[in-house]
Design a protein around this ligand. Structure first.
Ligand code: AMP
Ligand code: ZN
Length: 135
């Protein structure tokens, strides 16, 4: 995808703050980080989202995330860490090239990455389950 910014970054055509690279992935520092050390795992091949990325590439991204997360934890001393992956505008995706966020968390980081729980009834949960299972 010649006009995709993450294709260009992942393949080294645009400079980035790279903290990991192998044949298939580049991990860069997010330039609008939620917290110190917020990084993005970018596959070098273009896939728009979770629905397009092959299983093996997704598994590869998870392996890279684990390795990089361990290094971030050791070097930056974060207290926790979120892996976040957005698919579609409704889910907050702004760059339509698959990427996995690695977000180190600090006790005092004042970020709000989690959701507000809702209160479905037991019947509503069963109905959703049945819809997903096609029953
Ligand atoms: P998402 O909202 O999941 O699509 O995340 C896109 C992320 O990419 C945001 O956190 C942006 O701050 C980040 N981002 C966008 N452009 C760049 C760039 N050129 N270099 C580094 N991070 C970027
Ligand atoms: Zn791309």
């Amino acid at each position: 995808m010649s006009d995709c910014i993450f294709c260009m970054i992942a393949n080294g055509e645009i400079p980035s703050n790279t903290i990991y690279e192998d044949d298939d992935f580049r991990v860069i520092l997010d330039n609008g980080p939620a917290t110190k050390g917020h990084a993005l795992v970018l596959p070098k091949q273009h896939y728009a989202n979770l629905f397009e990325i092959p299983e093996e590439t997704l598994a590869g991204a998870a392996k890279v995330a684990k390795k990089v997360a361990a290094n971030i934890k050791e070097k930056l001393g974060c207290d926790g860490l979120n892996l976040v992956q957005n698919n579609g505008e409704a889910a907050g995706q702004t760059v339509m090239h698959f990427h996995l966020h690695i977000i180190p968390r600090y006790a005092d980081d004042n970020q709000h990455i989690l959701w507000n729980p809702t209160k479905p009834t037991a019947e509503e949960l069963v109905e959703i389950k049945n819809t997903i299972l096609g029953e």
